[in-house]
Design a protein around this ligand. Sequence first.
Ligand code: FES
Length: 88
Amino acid sequence: MTRSFQVTFTRSGKTLAVDETEGVLGAGLKAGLALAYDCRKGRCKTCMVKVDGIIDQSEAWLISNEELADGYALICVGKPRSNLRVHA
Ligand code: FES
């Protein structure tokens, strides 16, 4: 069974239920949020924002260890592993 998590986007204040198999960016766009993106493949950083919580970044090719340590994530390929606060 697929788990889902509560993902809050701070700029709009919207909270969505996002499946653990779903990208955070795609879920936000589907809900009508205006979010920056380009490649949607983890390779350009256009979608990089701070995220509070645990987000899978195994497909985030371009993000550095320093950026990950500072709490940034590429949300196009980021899948929730806990409830999240996304600073976008
Ligand atoms: S849109 Fe390019 S890395 Fe996310």
